[in-house]
Write a protein that binds this ligand. Structure first.
Ligand SMILES: [Zn+2]
Ligand SMILES: [Zn+2]
Length: 137
């Protein structure tokens, strides 16, 4: 039985759910996640796009070219600005849902740190954690 993930933005305009188990959960230390999140890193849960459904509201989005050289689209709430998910052409069947937007994320412990090359020197990466200097290979 798949765990259902539900979530939304801070103001409540946008709600979503996903009916499939997540593929993986990761902390991303790339510069872009730092900028876009306003924090030391971005943390996301990768879910199959086919199982993801917007229940309420419409996202605004911002497109740019990711580190991979492929287009990426970040979706957020146009009213409160909460980041919701990203859609990357490099993995077209997946959506990368911002973990802070998930209603109940206590069971979604990230299994890896990626883009540690650009991590802040004071970022805490636990001893023995799985890490990738850039994208996982
Ligand atoms: Zn909102
Ligand atoms: Zn990133």
């Amino acid at each position: 039985m798949a765990h259902k993930i539900s979530g939304g933005c801070a103001c409540g305009d946008i709600r979503y759910e996903c009916s499939a188990d997540p593929a993986f959960v990761a902390h991303c230390h790339c510069k872009d996640c730092q900028k876009a999140s306003g924090g030391q890193m971005g943390t996301f849960v990768a879910v199959p796009k086919a199982a993801f459904k917007l229940l309420a509201g419409e996202t605004k989005s911002f497109a740019y070219i990711g580190d991979s050289g492929k287009p990426l689209q970040r979706h957020f709430c146009g009213r409160c600005g909460s980041r919701l998910f990203a859609d990357a052409e490099i993995l077209p069947d997946m959506l990368f849902v911002s973990i802070g937007s998930v209603d109940k994320a206590d069971w979604l412990e990230p299994s890896m740190h990626i883009y540690t090359d650009s991590a802040q020197p004071w970022a805490h990466i636990p001893e023995g954690a799985t890490r990738f200097a850039k994208m996982p290979t």
